[in-house]
Design a protein around this ligand. Structure first.
Ligand SMILES: NC(=O)c1ccc[n+]([C@@H]2O[C@H](COP(=O)([O-])OP(=O)(O)OC[C@H]3O[C@@H](n4cnc5c(N)ncnc54)[C@H](OP(=O)(O)O)[C@@H]3O)[C@@H](O)[C@H]2O)c1
Length: 290
């Protein structure tokens, strides 16, 4: 039995779809049965559980052979990873855990909370004695879909300095995950998942502009200004500070490594950002809500 956590999210929903396309049965964790996606068929068993509720995790993981462990960005995300790992241990079957982490989990940069949480989760996983694999993706192309309004106004405003980032398509992360969940030989591996090239934010803006049919200018925000803007927009402080830390990593050029692990796992090259922007042009223009 393959169990997928975070199954309704950006990556998890694509993993569930990919597993079903391979004919695999899936147990999918959801918080709310009313939110089960319409495309889930009888091969997907939704179970309600919450990362903060160990008893619900015990029930959700019962009988699991392999678990895709993806937690949401949250102040308690490291505890959430530990809770799932502990439930897997309590289940007694010793399932294989595929931990969805973030690029940098091996390099352990100081002061980047989103990465540090996964470093902590990975440490707990290693200590658990369960067989494990880590997927460590760089920032997702899909993040730019959330900036569509600003992009339509011709501006990409992030505190990314001049550093290049090897952003990756979340669809490639999901395809790589499906390969690891269904295939042998991944024990103890940490796969870094990136796009095929590292792009500066000037290049990102240019490619988004091409898809939008208008000029988009990258405006490198100062970290303090970016934090204020996120807080004014209603972000909670923990998450907003985390974003500034992450962009600091990008600005310093520490997210520019290009890995061939997507191709190694999926058998085809990682999608380019240009391909992503063309395929999502309608969404970026606000013309397609789907
Ligand atoms: N975004 C990036 O660029 C990026 C890059 C590298 C790594 N990552 C990592 O990727 C992960 C996020 O992946 P994503 O973007 O696919 O996530 P996402 O779209 O935000 O989805 C989060 C998923 O977690 C579920 N969830 C949230 N809180 C929960 C709880 N308390 N108990 C049970 N389920 C809960 C959500 O379910 P509901 O439907 O109930 O909300 C949803 O299915 C994070 O660990 C992050 O560090 C992100």
């Amino acid at each position: 039995m393959i169990v997928v956590t975070g199954a309704t999210g950006t990556v998890g929903s694509k993993i569930v779809r990919g597993l079903r396309e391979r004919g695999e049965s899936v147990r999918a964790l959801v918080r709310d049965l009313a939110a089960v996606p319409a495309d889930w068929d009888e091969g997907v068993e939704p179970v309600t559980a919450d990362f903060a509720d160990p008893a619900s995790l015990d029930a959700a993981l019962a009988g699991a052979d392999v678990v895709y462990l993806l937690v949401a960005v949250h102040p308690e995300m490291d505890a959430h990873e530990r809770n799932v790992i502990d439930a897997a241990v309590r289940g007694g079957r010793g399932p294989r855990i595929v931990l969805h982490a973030a690029a940098g989990v091996e390099q352990r940069p100081e002061g980047v909370r989103f990465v540090s949480a996964h470093v902590s989760g990975h440490g707990h996983l290693v200590a658990s004695g369960l067989p494990w694999t880590v997927l460590a993706p760089n920032g997702f192309y899909q993040n730019f879909l959330g900036m569509a309004a600003s992009l339509q106004a011709g501006r990409l405003v992030v505190p990314g300095g001049t550093g290049a980032v090897s952003y990756v398509d979340a669809r490639d992360v999901a395809d790589a995950a499906v390969a690891v969940l269904t295939g042998p030989g991944h024990a103890g591996a940490i796969y870094t998942l990136t796009g095929p090239t590292a792009l500066t934010h000037d290049e990102v803006a240019e490619q988004l502009g091409t898809a939008l049919g208008r000029q988009v200018e990258y405006q490198a925000a100062e970290p303090a200004a970016a934090l204020s803007a996120m807080l004014e927009a209603g972000w909670d402080r923990w998450r907003a500070e985390g974003m500034v830390e992450l962009y600091g990593l990008y600005a310093a050029g520490h997210a520019s490594m290009v890995s061939l692990d997507v191709e190694k796992l999926t058998g085809r090259p990682a999608r380019s950002f240009a391909q992503f922007t063309v395929e999502h042009a309608a969404l970026l223009r606000g013309e397609d809500a789907h």
